[in-house]
Design a protein around this ligand. Structure first.
Ligand code: NAD
Length: 341
C-alpha cells in the first residue's frame, strides 16, 4: 500500500508492541546502529523507534525528511537531541511510568545485596571459601535513613516502599515542588542536597541526565557523604564520577556501590569497577527495566503512541510540546501531524 507509514526501529520489543507497529505500517528493523547506515535507512521513514542504544542527533534527523515522530521505548531520552527534533517539527514520545516498579525493585535488590555483602559472599561460595561467610558482616536496611536524589516517579516509588516495607526514614532532594500526598506516601522530608548526603545511610539516584546532574556525585559530593554509606545508581552513568566512586570505595568512605548504568555503555570488560567484589560492588548491565512487566508496558506504550501520532491522534506522552511542534511544522511547510493516513 502506497500510503502505509514506514516505521524504522532500532530495537526489538515485546511482541505485543511489534505487532501493533506491524499492523499500523511497514515495520523495518535498522540493520546497524552505525550512523552512516542509519542516515541511509531513515530516509523514507515516517517514525523512528529507539531504546537506549543509538545517538539521535540533528544530522540523523536531517536525513529523515519525512520523520514525524520518534518513540523512545523507556524513560531517559538523553540520547535524543530534543531541541533539534522540535526545530524540525518532529514529535518525541516516551514511556514514563512503564518501568517505575521494575527499577524500584532493582534498587532494593541492590540496597539489600550490597548491605548483605552479596558480591563478596557469592564470590567466596563460588571459590570454595564457604567459611568466609562469617568474615563479611552485613547490615539490615530496616530503620536506616534513605536519601533519594530526584523524587520523580521512581524516586517516589522507592521512597514509598522504603517507608512501608522497611520502616526507613526517607529524605529527598529535588528541583521542583513535590505534592504533599507523594511526600506522605513515603513519609518523606525534603532536604538540601548536602544535608541528604551527610545524613543518609543509603543514597539512591533518580535524576535525568542533563547539565544539572552530570557529575553531581563527584569527589566534592563524596567528601560530604556519610562515612559508610551505600550509593546506588540506576539512573544514568555520567551522574556519578566513576573514578571518584572507586576512590571512595577504596578509602572505605563508601560501604558499597550498586550500579546499573555506566559512563560509557557498554562498559569495557576491564572497567575498574567490574569484578571488584572485594570493594562490595554490585553491578548489572542496564537491566533494571528488564522485567517481563516493564518490557511489556514499554512496548505497549511506545507502540500505541507512535501509531497514534501516525494516525493523527494527539500524543499521550510527549517529550516536546505538541503545539510548538505543530506550529514549526506549519512554518516549515511540512504536512500537519493530524493529517492522518
Ligand atoms: P522523573 O522525570 O519522574 O523523575 C526525575 C526527577 O528528578 C524529577 O522529579 C526531577 O525534578 C528531578 N530532578 C531533575 N534534576 C534534578 C537535580 N539537578 N537535582 C535533584 N532532582 C532533580 O523520571 P523517573 O521515571 O523517576 O526516572 C528517572 C531517571 O531514571 C530517568 O531519567 C532515566 O534516566 C533513569 N531510568 C533508568 C532506567 C534503567 O533501566 N536503569 C529505567 C528507567 C529510568
Amino acid at each position: 500500500m502506497a500510503d502505509r507509514p514506514i516505521i524504522l526501529s532500532l530495537t526489538t520489543m515485546h511482541e505485543s508492541g511489534m505487532n501493533r507497529l506491524r499492523e499500523a505500517g511497514e515495520l523495518r528493523m535498522a540493520s546497524s546502529l552505525d550512523p552512516a547506515v542509519l542516515h541511509r535507512e531513515i530516509v523514507d521513514a515516517d517514525a523512528l523507534v529507539i531504546r537506549t542504544a543509538g545517538t539521535i542527533d540533528a544530522a540523523l534527523m536531517d536525513c529523515g525528511k519525512k520523520l514525524r515522530v520518534i518513540g523512545r521505548h523507556g524513560v531517559g531520552y538523553d540520547q535524543v537531541d530534543i531541541p533539534a527534533a522540535t526545530e524540525r517539527g518532529i514529535l518525541v514520545v516516551y514511556t514514563p511510568g512503564a518501568n517505575t516498579q521494575g527499577v524500584a525493585e532493582h534498587v532494593f535488590a541492590m540496597m539489600i545485596g550490597v548491605s548483605k555483602h552479596f558480591p563478596g559472599q557469592m564470590k567466596a561460595l563460588i571459590e570454595g571459601r564457604y567459611n568466609d561467610r562469617t568474615k563479611l558482616v552485613g547490615r539490615d536496611i530496616a530503620g536506616k535513613t534513605l536519601g533519594i536524589v530526584g523524587f520523580g516517579r521512581i524516586g517516589k516509588r522507592v521512597g514509598a516502599i522504603a517507608h512501608a516495607g522497611f520502616g526507613m526514614k526517607v529524605l529527598y532532594s529535588d528541583v521542583i515542588d513535590i505534592p504533599r500526598e507523594a511526600e506522605e506516601r513515603a513519609n518523606a522530608r525534603r532536604v538540601g542536597f548536602d544535608e541528604l548526603l551527610a545524613a543518609s545511610d543509603f543514597v539512591t539516584l533518580h535524576v535525568p541526565l542533563d547539565a544539572s546532574t552530570r557529575g553531581m556525585i563527584g569527589r566534592e559530593a563524596l567528601a560530604k557523604i556519610k562515612p559508610g554509606a551505600v550509593l546506588i545508581n540506576t539512573c544514568r552513568g555520567p551522574v556519578t564520577d566513576e573514578a571518584a566512586v572507586l576512590e571512595a570505595l577504596e578509602s572505605k568512605r563508601l560501604f558499597g556501590y550498586g550500579a546499573d548504568v555506566y559512563t560509557i555503555e557498554p562498559p569495557p570488560s576491564d572497567h575498574p569497577l567490574i569484578g571488584r567484589a572485594d570493594l562490595n560492588i554490585m553491578l548489572t548491565p542496564h537491566s533494571a527495566a528488564q522485567s517481563t512487566e516493564s518490557l511489556r508496558n514499554m512496548a505497549d506504550e511506545v507502540s500505541t503512541d507512535v501509531v497514534g501520532v501516525l494516525q493523527g491522534k494527539p500524543p499521550i506522552n510527549p517529550v516536546n510540546d505538541p503545539a510548538e511542534v505543530a506550529a514549526i511544522r506549519a512554518k516549515l511547510g511540512k504536512p500537519p501531524l493530524d493529517r492522518g493516513f
